[in-house]
Design a protein around this ligand. Structure first.
Ligand code: ZN
Length: 503
């Protein structure tokens, strides 16, 4: 490592430390903060965001970065060169945003989230609408500051924050055919026999579910000395920094699999966070996740590819019988694997099955895109949302709480984010085809509780690189092909057709 790079890395590490305090404040906001703390939390987050932003775009940072860019030692080292290039990208983006706007977004979001939470509980979109308008207005201003890329649209500027290089047009081109394929597939499944869900309809206490969740976390390799699991209304993973990765879940006594799969999903994000080389490189792009699409590929992988497989249930069944108690009964692993793969249209995205899930994402993508093209306004969202659900899934939400107010994203200021969920599903299936080529015994190992080979493969192929590669380059490197929806459709069909007797 060169001297110039060392100086840059040390400076970036301090900025990342400020950001880690924001992350900790966000975690606390969702777990333990009393409702009355929202205003103070807004001020805290606004101040931290301003400090981090001013450091990131200040003269010292530019000086350190320029020194690296003209250092032959950095140029000669492909890893350092990639890191400096990504840092330049971040800084150029950050410089387009005024610190006041960054602080305003960070300061408004905790209040908008608090308003959303109350409005959702009362099913009162009218109370949330002014906050949604404000968050949309702030995001539109952000998109204007970033500027619309040549040949693109305002949405691209926001999407680029979460999925560098992706554009709305490309996403649309990928989503349209996928939507048709999924709609045909869902229709075909509906002609089959729906699996028996009775093994899921048992009452299990949150305490037992929590102990079981921790057991599964340990088994798949999540390090609880460098992470924790808490309870929230909206499960998430917060990779705060080196040695500190926080997961949250929620327990429903009458459906223990909600928490199990929520925990496995967040654990997938957490394993990625724990696999990034943060102790050595915190603050450098080399210790950051590539994109949200790649992040989501990791969570969906553990939740669905592993957790909803018959092999997973054959391994976990004896443990589940002991830990979940008598009410769990004694279903066979095959019966459990069928029950957790029921596919049918439903209202709530985070509870949706793998076949219908992407339809939920497409609805949100279309609405966000129209909001940023200024074709619609925040107040139009509920009506258009319900219409789109009828169109895409054949169901109309009974109210806005189960409709357009179900997700926390828009109130948090996360606009342009949803498409990354579907990208994650596609990356996941493509990565796992490659993993099985590399490790033919992978599934058999999972039936014996051997998760270490899969985790080691993910670490080596994906986690350890941080942001050294772009998502599309990583996909090509790991799988030998550009991203395609084919592996995902193959995966879904192979898994769900037998469940519905449509093989
Ligand atoms: Zn996720």
């Amino acid at each position: 490592m060169t001297k110039s790079y060392q100086a840059l890395a040390a400076y970036c590490r301090e900025t990342a430390t400020i950001n880690s305090l924001s992350a900790l404040a966000s975690w606390d906001q969702e777990t333990y903060m009393p409702a009355g703390g929202a205003d103070l939390r807004g001020s805290q987050k606004a101040l931290l965001a301003r400090l981090a932003h001013e450091r990131a775009v200040g003269p010292r940072m530019l000086e350190l970065l320029s020194a690296c860019e003209s250092d032959p030692g950095v140029k000669a080292d492909p890893v350092l060169a990639a890191s400096v290039k990504e840092t330049r990208r971040d800084i150029d983006l950050a410089r387009k945003l005024p610190s006041d706007l960054v602080a305003e977004i960070a300061g408004t979001s905790p209040k908008a989230v608090a308003a959303w939470r109350e409005a959702r509980a009362k099913n009162d979109f009218g109370a949330f609408a002014p906050w949604l308008e404000r968050m949309v207005a702030l995001a539109r201003r952000k998109a204007e500051c970033y500027g619309t890329p040549a040949g693109g649209e305002p949405y691209d500027a926001l999407l680029n924050e979460y999925e560098p290089g992706a554009t709305a047009r490309e996403i649309d081109a990928a989503f349209k055919p996928l939507r048709t394929r999924l709609a045909d597939f869902i229709k075909d499944l509906s002609r089959g026999a729906a699996p028996d869900e009775s093994p899921l309809n048992v009452t299990i206490s949150p305490e037992r579910q929590h102990a079981f969740g921790l057991f599964v976390l340990r088994a798949i390799g999540f390090d609880l000395d460098r992470g924790r699991l808490d309870v929230t209304t909206h499960p998430f993973c917060d990779g705060i920094g080196p040695g500190d990765t926080r997961l949250t879940t929620r327990y429903r006594e009458s459906r223990f699999t909600d928490a199990l799969y929520g925990t496995l999903h967040e654990a997938g994000h957490g394993l990625y966070e724990q696999g990034l080389p943060k102790s050595e490189r915190f603050g450098e792009p080399l210790a950051d996740a590539i994109s949200l699409g790649i992040h989501e590929s990791q969570s969906r992988l553990w939740e669905n590819w592993v957790g909803r497989s018959a092999e997973f249930w054959s391994w976990v069944m004896p443990h589940a019988r002991t830990m979940l108690g008598d009410s769990f009964g004694s279903p066979t692993p095959e019966a459990m694997a069928r029950a957790v793969n029921t596919a049918k249209p439903s209202f709530i995205r985070v509870e949706a099955d793998e076949a219908t899930y992407n339809m939920h994402v497409m609805v949100r993508f279309e609405l966000e895109r129209a909001l940023f093209a200024r074709q619609i306004e925040a107040r139009d969202v509920p009506g258009l949302w319900n219409k789109a659900y009828q169109n895409y899934l054949g169901i109309t939400p009974p109210d806005d709480a189960k409709g357009c107010m179900q997700d926390v994203h828009w109130s948090s200021g996360l606009l342009g984010y949803f498409p990354t969920y579907t990208l994650g599903n596609l990356y996941m299936a493509q990565f796992m085809e490659a993993a099985q080529r590399d490790m033919p015994g992978l599934k058999g190992g999972i039936a014996r509780g051997e998760f270490a080979p899969l985790l080691a493969w993910l670490r080596e192929k994906i986690h350890v690189h941080g942001r050294r590669f772009r998502a599309s380059d990583l996909c090509q490197r790991v799988t030998g092909a550009p991203l395609s929806a084919d592996p995902f459709m193959r995966y879904l069909e192979a898994k769900l057709r037998p469940v519905y007797g449509r093989a």
